[in-house]
Each structure stands twice: as structure tokens, then as C-alpha cells.
Ligand binder design. Sequence first.
Ligand SMILES: [Zn+2]
Ligand SMILES: [Zn+2]
Length: 248
Amino acid sequence: MDWQSLIVVSSVISFGTLENLFPFFSFKESFDKRVYTNLVLGLINVLANNFTIALLLNCIWQQTFWLGIFHFIHSPVLKIVFSFLLLDGYMYAWHRLMHTLPIAWRFHKVHHTELLMNTSTAYRFHPVEAILANLPKLFIIWLFGITLQNLLLYEIFLACELIFHHSNWAIPLKIDRYLSYLIVTPNYHRSHHSQARKEATSNYASFFTIWDILFNSYNYPRNPKAIKLGLPQEKKELSIINLLKLPF
Ligand SMILES: [Zn+2]
Ligand SMILES: [Zn+2]
């Protein structure tokens, strides 16, 4: 196993253990029932991306026609910082678009059908969204000349953060709240998974919450325990086939 996968697997095990030891919501459903659907979707998405996006990325990094805007910046530290912020800002814009465009929402709502939010929810995306989300990102990578190393660095941090903020781990309220001024925390993201429209149409950030603060979508929940997860029209857990068919 390479070191990148090792970090992601370690965070799944760590946050998975913490959410089972100190759960925020007490779900009656067994652990395997809560994670099965999401892990199958995650596997489909990894395979789908490996056959499409990974090949396109290779083409970008092998061409020498355009080396990217960052080619003119000489400091490696600045390149890392700008790459991180650019990719994270893009994630915010993409997520907000998913909630704004009706056609995009049809695919993104698969993520919001989760009733038993846990670490595996980080992988609950429709494959069409999982692939399409990477296409504008490819353009940004090409335009700015983001390197493989800097992309990997962001993706690993993002993967760990997604696992952390989807976890059902009850971290102390004050810590969660203060931390949410910097990064997305479990309560902060639980609010985005709420059935209440005002809560679900805020907190779009994936890693840094600065984007929500800047674009007026920061909304820390007043009473996180009262959040009702999921969509009002989907009361029952859907099968994998039904989740794949949901947008159509
Ligand atoms: Zn969303
Ligand atoms: Zn989510």
C-alpha cells in the first residue's frame, strides 16, 4: 500500500473508531448496514475515475505546450499554498452549483439521502457527479500548472477532512464551534445535511470555511442535536440501484 492510501485508511479507522466510541446520534442500525451502500458507491466512483480522470491527468502533465501560470512563481511554498486555495475554492463553487442548478441537484441529492451520517458518507456520491466534478478541476490544473505532488497533497488532506466532518463523532461543542471558523467540522457539516432548507443551503465548504464566510453561506447550527438528517421526501434508506436511478 502506498503512503497516500495508508493515510486515508488510517483516518477511516481513527474516525470510524471515534464515532463508534463517542457517537453524536445513536443510530439503531448495525454498523455494516450503515456503511455498505456508501462503500460500494465509493468503489464504483474510484474505478470510474481511474479509467477517465487519471488518464486525462496524465495527458495534462505530459504535454509541454502550456506549463501553467504557476510556472512563473518560483517559491515552492507559494505554489503549494496557491494550489491548495485554488482547489479548495473550486470545491466550494462546485458544491454550491450542485445546490443551485436543478439538473445538478438531481445527482447531488444522492449524497443528501443519507439518514445515518457516518464516516462512509464521505463516499456517497452518484458516479456521474463523482466524474463531472473532476472535469473543471482538470482545466484549473492545466491552466495554473498544478503539479502531481501539490494535487496529491490537497486530495489527501481533503479525503481526511471529508471523513472527519461526515463522522458521527461527538466532539465537544465548543471545540467544534471554534474549529468551524477555520475548517469544516462534524456539526457544521451536519447542518448542511439537515432537512431544513435554510440549513441545507449553507455550509458548502469542503475544507476551509473561509469560502462560506466570504460568500455569506456560513451558518453554524444553534441546536445540532435537533438536526433531522436527510431529505424530507426520502424517508427510507434507498438501495444502491435506487440511488443510481434517483436522478433519472
Ligand atoms: Zn450538498
Ligand atoms: Zn456531506
